[in-house]
Ligand binder design. Structure first.
Ligand code: ADP
Ligand code: MG
Length: 453
């Protein structure tokens, strides 16, 4: 079981007495006082969208407007509250409504610390269940950890949801580092096979002479050293989903066995005399252009057609506009614990540079650059230089007029050429098909400094 997440509890009203503080410390809550509605509201906002508890000390609250405001704050479905009041609330409609509709328990003065502790324990248990229920409900809707609000990613999420519901082979195309494996995992988790294994094989990473035995397994005595039967990766995905990653790197001889599996749903272990039925959904992925690979004979057409019943394309990072910043912040939060110091965010020049960069390594490159920057960064904010993108820091924000679009394109092309050529102007000029003098002039006109990084 993963460790239970700590649950936050906000204590509204008078500052808790010593007895109460002892009771509060004794529970699984991470608690803090939020004496007024403003403080409570701010704390709730800060706490994000996970479950949290509120302990309302209403013993000295008589103001109807205040109660109304409190009700407004407590209505969120992720919040559960517990209130303490002085005497019966029936004669006070707002207090009554608050206690009845918005609190899981309602304690009446005098409240012994032991009673409070039991009530808090019960609130904690309830919130834990609520947290689990919400996580189960929300995981599919959020497509796991896939960050993306851009139109192109929203389209991808819709496609993922659709193909997840159908039990057909899916081919995931996209450049390296765009999140193909993540997309495949999301398909699995949204499908009816979600409780069965998800097995990922990187066909490019397994030495060719081991591929057959890795994929199909072998029988005892199949070859020297095969001292007992071994189940292959395909068989171990039985009932679940098999991701054949970098399928473009699969040698032709292994393609034959795979084709048989896709056609008949059966595999043969090496050295075996009978075939075994295996029910696994196949998702394949590669950054290689398979149409091209078919033409040059390195990939079988019949296999291609079996694999690509449905194709989905994961867009490159540069086509995802605002998601670049969103992903960068996501990476920053995810790796915050590894950083030597707290880092608040990115400087404006870093944000501009990230928008201008071409991201050939896509999300993987973005994560790596952010992680490295977190170590290199000297201030509270990560700069373009920390990201290794100093040459792009002068790039302008998104342009509007045609002139601006052209200028931006020129600026980007120059910055990228410089980056690719380790800032050697002569080589960058050669790549861009202009003379060195012209490139220097363009750099000056577009305000591109050839700084070292
Ligand atoms: N949309 C996304 N949101 C968050 N992380 C992502 C996203 N896409 C990719 N990543 C991360 O980027 C890295 C590369 O993703 P991966 O699926 O291995 O790419 P690919 O298989 O296309 O090369 C992984 O660390 C993955 O978690
Ligand atoms: Mg991959």
């Amino acid at each position: 079981m993963p460790p239970l997440p700590t649950i936050e509890l906000f204590v509204f009203g008078a500052l808790p007495s010593r007895d109460w503080r002892a009771a509060l410390d004794d529970t699984g809550f991470d608690w803090q006082p939020t004496p007024g509605v403003e403080a409570l509201r701010a704390a709730l906002r800060r706490s994000g969208d996970g479950v949290c508890g509120v302990l309302l000390d209403l013993r000295d609250i008589h103001d109807a407007t205040l109660l109304q405001e409190l009700i407004g704050e407590l209505a969120a479905p992720r919040v559960r509250s517990l209130c303490v009041q002085r005497g019966d609330a029936t004669g006070r409609p707002l207090l009554f409504e608050l206690a009845l509709r918005y609190c899981v328990d309602n304690l009446v003065e005098p409240v012994a610390p032991e009673v409070l502790r039991l009530a808090l324990d019960s609130l904690h248990r309830r919130l834990r269940l609520l947290g689990v229920a919400r996580a189960q409900r929300e995981a599919p809707a959020q497509l796991d950890e896939m960050v993306g609000a851009s139109a192109s990613m929203q389209r991808l999420f819709t496609q993922i949801e659709k193909v997840a519901a159908a039990d057909v082979p899916v081919f995931v195309a996209g450049e390296t580092g765009v999140g193909k494996e993540l997309a495949a995992r999301a398909i699995h988790r949204l499908s009816t096979r979600r409780h069965k294994p998800f097995v990922a094989i990187n066909c490019g990473a397994i030495p060719p002479h081991l591929l057959q035995s890795e994929l199909f397994g072998y029988e005892k005595g199949a070859f020297t050293g095969a001292s007992q039967r071994k189940i292959g990766r395909i068989e171990s995905a039985a009932g679940g989903t098999l991701l054949l990653d970098e399928i473009g790197d699969l040698p032709l001889d292994a393609q034959v066995g795979l084709l048989r599996f896709l056609q008949e749903g059966r595999i043969e272990r090496l050295g075996g005399t009978t075939s075994v039925q295996v029910d696994a959904r196949v998702i394949s992925a590669t950054h290689v252009d398979l149409e091209h690979a078919q033409r040059d004979g390195s990939f079988r057409s019949d296999l291609y057609h079996r694999l690509c019943v449905v194709e989905i394309d994961v867009p490159p990072l540069r086509a995802r506009d605002d998601d670049i910043e969103r992903l960068a912040r996501h990476a920053l939060e995810r790796h915050a614990r590894d950083a030597p110091r707290r880092i608040a965010g990115f400087t404006d020049d870093a944000l501009r540079a990230m928008r201008a960069h071409g991201w050939p390594g896509n999300v993987r490159e973005l994560i790596n650059r952010v992680r490295r920057a977190m170590v290199m960064c000297e201030g509270e904010h990560i700069s373009a230089a920390d990201l290794g993108l100093a040459a792009l820091a002068d790039a302008a924000p998104p342009a509007r007029s045609l002139d601006e679009v052209r200028d931006l394109a020129i600026r980007r092309a120059i910055a990228l050429a410089l980056e690719r050529n380790q800032r050697t102007v002569v080589r960058a000029a050669g790549e861009l098909g202009v003379s060195r003098a012209t490139l220097y002039r363009l750099m000056e006109r577009h305000g591109i400094a050839n700084r070292e990084i």
